[in-house]
Design a protein around this ligand. Structure first.
Ligand code: AMP
Ligand code: AMP
Length: 355
């Protein structure tokens, strides 16, 4: 596969590369970043969202599709190759496509690692080998003996996640989630049951730069979810209503961390990076996110990795405190990706970024 992609890339006019992505998730971030670095852009979007991308003026070319799965069609792939397009993957690539074997268009980053997101077992193995602290895992609902969070495979954005503190609690809430149409029975069967780690969640967006050969912290965020609305209702009313909050993502807040906690995050990022080289050579390229919770002892627990840009970086446009400190200018994940591509083309290193 890699050889085929490199062959396609070698046929590209590198003075005329365009940046392309699917119109959702972090497309505004990616496309704005591409334009800031002087690239022309292509946005593949659905009719309902076309106006968003047109209104913001970040897409030089809008390509309308019925569904994102059409990215795998012969016509669209051929169009993208003819335009010398490099695709920037994001959460919708995982949520709506998942497998990239038949995608014969150069992708920025390591497509093998991106597929790890669709398998929690593989993620777990990656984290285990990196020797980082993770939440305890329960292999069956019958084992639940403490507060747990129930999650599903892939980039589901927290939809249908729920908390359970006993096997009975699990069954009752799972049934209710299915009835509400938030999840399917199949998803419940394949669900991952994790110990609920009590603490403050922090999402670290790193960028590994082959051009600079360094790990860069670009931005931090935390999430704004359906469950966050519950705190606005007094406890008495909550009990009366028997609320069943879920973790459906609505947005993100930017964040800065107590400075003395940064070193833990860099150590974890380096270990995750080292293992990524062993499990999917050449390892992490470009953006990835380490999703963590700091416990009462301010120790970092990792509950997930995303091997691509995450939507939390949208809150870091035009810069985060960290990207500003690093670059001394406006820098955000979409722009950071485009900058890496631009410099790699100038230095003749582009093949190191494309998988
Ligand atoms: P959307 O097009 O908004 O449905 O997003 C595509 C996929 O990315 C879905 O699976 C979403 O759940 C996920 N997603 C979108 N925005 C975010 C976000 N801010 N944080 C986490 N996941 C997200
Ligand atoms: P995720 O989709 O895995 O990024 O998680 C969505 C939401 O669930 C976020 O609010 C996380 O903070 C929360 N979450 C996920 N896993 C855990 C865990 N093991 N303990 C506590 N909160 C979690």
């Amino acid at each position: 596969m890699r050889e085929r992609i490199l062959k396609i890339l070698r046929g590209y006019d590198l003075n005329n590369v365009k940046i392309a992505t699917l119109g959702s998730h972090s497309a505004l971030n990616i496309l704005r970043g591409a334009k800031d670095e002087g690239f022309e852009t292509i946005c593949i979007c659905k009719n309902a969202e076309k106006d968003v991308y047109r209104n913001f003026g970040v897409a030089d070319r809008l390509l309308e599709v019925e569904s994102f799965g059409e990215l795998l069609s012969k016509e669209i792939q051929e169009f993208l190759r003819n335009e010398n397009a490099i695709l920037i993957p994001h959460g919708s690539f995982n949520a709506y496509i998942g497998k990239f074997d038949s995608l014969e268009v150069p992708i920025f980053g390591n497509r093998k690692l991106m597929e790890y997101e669709t398998s929690r077992e593989k993620q777990r193995e990656w984290l285990r080998r990196a020797n980082v602290r993770v939440p305890k895992l329960f292999s069956s609902p019958d084992e639940i003996d403490r507060l747990c969070i129930v999650k599903y495979q892939g980039a589901k954005g927290g939809r249908g996640y729920f908390l359970a503190s006993s096997p009975e609690d699990f069954r009752r809430k799972a049934e209710s989630m299915v009835k509400k149409g938030l999840v399917t029975r199949e998803e419940i069967k394949g669900a991952e049951i994790q110990e609920y780690v009590i603490g403050a969640s922090v999402y670290f967006s790193f960028f590994y730069s082959p051009v600079n050969q360094r790990m860069e912290l670009i931005a931090l965020d935390r999430r704004y979810e359906h469950v966050d609305g519950i705190g606005r209702i007094p406890a008495e009313e909550q009990l009366k209503l028997q609320l069943e909050p879920t973790y459906t993502i609505i947005g993100n807040f930017p964040l800065v961390l107590r400075e003395s906690l940064l070193s833990q995050a860099f150590q974890v990022a380096d270990r995750i990076f080292e293992v990524s080289k062993e499990i999917a050579y050449p390892g992490m390229v470009g953006p990835f996110c380490i999703e963590t919770i700091f416990t009462d002892k301010a120790e970092l627990v990792v509950f997930e990795i995303s091997a691509r840009i995450v939507a939390g970086t949208n809150a870091g446009i035009p810069n985060s405190p960290y990207s500003y400190i690093l670059f001394g200018e406006n820098m955000y994940m979409g722009r950071r990706i485009a900058r890496e591509i631009r410099i790699a083309i100038e230095k003749g290193m582009i093949e190191e970024l494309i998988y």
